[in-house]
Design a protein around this ligand. Structure first.
Ligand code: HMG
Ligand code: MG
Length: 302
């Protein structure tokens, strides 16, 4: 098996992780989390989103969070922007990358961003053009590439169709997201295969939620295809408010443990990452969702 020798992880904890929290997380805590992630060696961090505060109140402090982060050179800070209004607000915060987010499922597109897939692409097109003109990188998140909370199984052809639409408007790389974490390795591989018709392997990342405990297996299946970019959340935080029942992303700690155990470099210091996970779990007053985090913390106490 030909695995990549190096993997790049985007920690989406401050955004995907915290967007679903009911209790307000103060901007200072979010900023501290970003600082801890970069100190642990993360080179890409999804910091916040510029969405409607009526839809996702937790992200209403986006400007404050972006302004409070002391940036480290070599780290890419990304933010979600669903439309031009969001992009214009984000632009003032100088993100390194913006993320437009669409879905392979019509029903999820409606529930999440209040428009059809075709309308979403029409909204994204000027955002992508403006970002690229401003020298900002553009990523496209593709939700429900395996299953949808409203439509059930999603066929790979629908993923291929969305990837083509994203490529046509100038999106530079895409995330194959298993939003509800119901995917299994072969189905995830089919979604990636469908994406490969429009993006090369260097421009595809895996974004796997862990609802059914399959995310590490799905990560391994993607690695076997040569995917070397993944998104994950410190402490396994996360979930989408419009994908009921879906739990967090695969924990970054667990992915790092898997990769290091396979001799694959990440540039991440696992101990510092576990400390970052402990920091946010303490704030949320619950144990970490990372199995590796729990094991290492138990070992430290022993
Ligand atoms: P809408 O209601 O259709 O928007 O929402 P609208 O254009 O009709 O505007 C309605 C109001 O929202 C107006 O304000 C606008 O100004 C305001 P009002 O006049 O009523 O006071 N508005 C905005 N305010 C701030 N920022 C904006 C913005 N746009 C409009 N950007 C909209 C459409 C897309 C805005 C809404 O549906 C929304 O914010 N959705 C976001 C949902 C979301 O954040 N979901 C979670 C992220 S996606 C995810 O987690 C999946 C992912 O992790 C991958 C995976 O796992 O699958 C990425
Ligand atoms: Mg997600």
């Amino acid at each position: 098996m030909n695995y990549p020798s190096r993997v790049k992880l985007v920690d989406v904890g401050p955004r995907d992780g915290l967007q679903n929290e009911k209790q307000t997380v103060p901007a200072a805590v979010k900023i501290e989390l970003v600082h801890r992630l970069q100190a642990a060696g993360l080179k890409e961090i999804e910091v916040t989103s510029f969405v409607s505060p009526k839809w996702v109140p937790q992200m209403a402090d986006n400007v404050e969070v972006m302004a409070g982060v002391t940036r480290q050179s070599g780290v890419r800070y990304s933010v979600l922007t669903p439309n031009l209004k969001g992009f214009e607000a984000a632009l003032a915060c100088q993100p390194d990358e913006i993320v437009v987010f669409g879905a392979a499922s019509e029903a999820f597109s409606q529930k999440n961003i209040n428009c059809s897939i075709a309308e979403s692409i029409e909204r994204f097109a000027p955002v992508v053009a403006a970002a690229r003109a401003a020298g900002i990188n553009v990523r496209g998140a593709m939700s429900c590439t395996v299953g949808c909370p409203y439509e059930g199984d999603i066929a790979p052809e629908r993923v291929g169709m969305l990837a083509r639409l994203m490529a046509d408007i100038g999106v530079q790389r895409v995330d194959v997201a298993d939003t509800i974490g119901a995917g299994t390795p072969l189905r995830v591989q089919r979604a990636i295969e469908a994406t490969l018709a429009h993006f090369d392997i260097d421009h595809i990342s895996g974004h796997f939620h862990d609802t059914y405990g399959q995310a590490l297996s799905n990560t391994l299946a993607a690695l076997q295809m040569g995917v070397w970019n993944f998104q994950s959340s410190v402490a396994g935080l996360g979930g989408c408010p419009y994908a009921k029942g879906a739990t967090g992303n695969v924990a970054t700690e667990d992915v790092v443990y898997l990769l290091h155990g396979m001799g694959i470099e990440t540039g991440i210091d696992l101990d510092k990452l576990i400390d970052a996970g402990q920091f946010i779990s303490d704030f949320l007053q619950r144990p970490t969702n990372s199995r590796v985090g729990k094991a290492v913390l138990n070992k430290r106490c022993a």
